[in-house]
Design a protein around this ligand. Structure first.
Ligand SMILES: Cc1cc2nc3c(=O)[nH]c(=O)nc-3n(C[C@H](O)[C@H](O)[C@H](O)COP(=O)(O)OP(=O)(O)OC[C@H]3O[C@@H](n4cnc5c(N)ncnc54)[C@H](O)[C@@H]3O)c2cc1C
Length: 276
């Protein structure tokens, strides 16, 4: 994280734009206890969309539905997200929705389907570790969605999610092919490959080239500060690269998830604290 406030995040995004890397902003924070808190989150994101536009940043916003009151009042969440989509459309941006743990997936897909019918500038994250994702993608493709494909960040049971890294990667590659095939069939589908896995990115690029689509037919989306030199290299080689810049005070649960998926991050953080 470049800092806890939106200003630090926007500043970092603006700087890295000079390297050919665009940005995606998200404020950390999850489930709410009072619905009024969602109103504040929505106002905050409206301000960020405006700031991105005013500062001519190649940026977009990604939100968590739970942060906008999904557990408490779905209709109020929908109204917030609609407002954000409308503001994003005025600014020429897509409004992205994160995918949270499996308990939310059904509801999130329903929510996005409804939203997409009314707002074509909306996008959704799908997770390759879930067995259900190929069916969810088939359901959404006729609506010409924007999809950010990730492996998945939550601890899920083996009855619903692949546990083995190889299986998650194989599923990811197959879903990327499905997305590229849809694009080739002249569907308006926007593809974001949200991964640091260079093997999967190169595989997708080879498939895109073979299909005559070119490597700029999809966007590579990575986290701010992770594999930065590779992000710069990919941008130089003609890939579209976007970095997700997280900010906010609620960084602790988010950090714990990153830690659970990659214990080596403990060392990474310690190295920032200890000057050697
Ligand atoms: C833009 C973006 C948006 C995301 N949105 C969501 C979402 O909405 N819902 C969701 O469930 N998940 C989301 N994720 C997280 C995702 O599901 C994975 O948990 C995460 O990206 C790690 O998987 P990977 O694809 O990079 O592959 P991995 O196989 O985990 O990693 C590939 C290689 O990248 C490097 N690497 C990966 N992560 C790190 C790290 N944290 N620190 C250092 N090196 C690392 C390592 O060298 C590793 O070998 C998002 C990820 C990105 C990049």
């Amino acid at each position: 994280m470049p800092g806890e406030d939106a200003e630090s995040a926007l500043g970092a995004g603006q700087r890295d734009q000079a390297l050919g890397i665009s940005s995606l902003y998200t404020r950390l924070g999850e489930n709410l206890t009072r619905i009024e808190e969602a109103d504040e989150v929505a106002e905050h994101y409206l301000g960020v969309i405006d700031a991105i536009h005013a500062r001519r940043i190649e940026g977009e916003v990604s939100v968590k539905l739970t942060q906008l009151g999904f557990d408490l009042d779905v209709e109020r969440t929908y109204a917030h997200v609609e407002r954000l989509c409308e503001r994003a459309a005025e600014a020429g941006q897509t409004l992205w929705i994160d995918m949270e743990s499996s308990a939310y997936v059904d509801r999130t897909i329903d929510f996005y389907e409804r939203l997409l019918r009314a707002h074509s500038n909306s996008g959704l994250c799908l997770q390759s570790y879930l067995h259900r994702t190929p069916a969810d993608l088939q359901r959404l493709l006729p609506l010409e969605p924007s999809i950010r494909l990730v492996k998945g960040a939550y601890a899920e049971s083996k009855s619903i999610a692949f546990q083995d890294r190889h299986d998650v990667d194989t599923a990811y590659a197959a879903l990327a092919v499905t997305l590229l095939d849809a694009l080739k069939a002249a569907k308006h589908v926007r593809i974001g490959l949200g991964t640091h896995d260079l093997r999967l990115i190169e595989q997708a690029a080879a498939q895109a080239e073979a299909a005559g689509l070119g490597r700029a037919s999809f966007e590579v989306q990575m986290l701010y500060g992770i594999r930065t030199s590779e992000q710069v290299r990919l941008a130089r080689e003609g890939y579209k690269v976007r970095q997700l810049i997280a900010y906010g005070e609620a960084w602790y649960p988010w950090y714990l998830r990153r830690l659970a998926e990659r214990p080596a991050n403990v060392l990474f953080v310690l190295r920032q604290l200890v000057p050697w």
